[in-house]
Design a protein around this ligand. Sequence first.
Ligand code: C2E
Ligand code: CA
Ligand code: CA
Ligand code: CA
Length: 278
Amino acid sequence: AKSLGEGRTWFSDDALRAELTEQADLEAALSDALARGEFELHYQPVVDLATRDVTGFEALIRWNRPRCGTVRPDLFIPAAERSDLICDIGRWVLHEAGRQLVAWRAEGTVGEHVRVAVNLSGRHLARPTLVADVVAALTATGVPPQALVVEATETTVLDGDEVLANLRALRALGICVSLDDYGTGYTSIEHFRTLPLDTLKIDRSFLSSTQAQDEALLGLMVHAAHTFGLKVVAEGVERPEQVELLRSLGCDLGQGFLFSRPVPAAAVAELADLLRAA
Ligand code: C2E
Ligand code: CA
Ligand code: CA
Ligand code: CA
């Protein structure tokens, strides 16, 4: 394990992966973690590329595992997705993110236009109780539907009629639906016409690529999304020149380490000031 100097420790992926696969009852451990309140949400700003305004935050889950430090989601979300535990986690995320947004609003940390985005897994999005779960979280926390964004990956959205019906119902309530990791799956542009979507999040592999063709593809995606009335978010913005490129291509919003890494809720007030001043 190496220390990152913030009092937190990240285990090397290999060591942790080995430990977690060894543990036959990882699922039980995750279930306990949920009951004990060991999960935490970190928040990463989504920034308007033209004005630099923060339009929202994506909530990203972390597991503060006793004696292990912070565990990243790719090391435990796949395990949670093997059972309905992921739905319990999804409900927790919806409540926690909603509660936090309402607290930030009350403190004046964020304006009324700022949204919070949550990641829901395919298994949860396909459940008949999905819409009721989301509505329960909105009601319990007092978040208006327009302030919530539900992120669903490309593969999930194309996975079946249950998911599509649920996403349509969420949109009918005024909730925003965002297609995550776009470009990694097989959604043809023609699908944009019929899919229940508000936003397209272009996968960061398109930004990290230095190939001229990928730049051209980015431009095409932005254009196609706009043709169907979708907003476009570029993921993985790390360098200033990428902002220039994205703006020249007409991309609306950006998210990435250039603006901020995901941070704990307590650091968001400071971050909002910094980004306003930038
Ligand atoms: P994602 O939804 O695509 O989230 C974006 C990931 O990219 C985050 O990783 C974020 O920290 C990282 N990222 C942001 N900006 C940059 C950048 O400029 N450069 C690079 N290299 N990376 C950047 P994270 O937080 O480790 O999350 C990984 C994945 O775990 C997420 O990918 C999402 O699929 C899943 N996940 C996270 N939180 C949740 C959750 O609450 N529920 C579910 N079901 N899945 C979650
Ligand atoms: Ca996401
Ligand atoms: Ca993504
Ligand atoms: Ca991803």
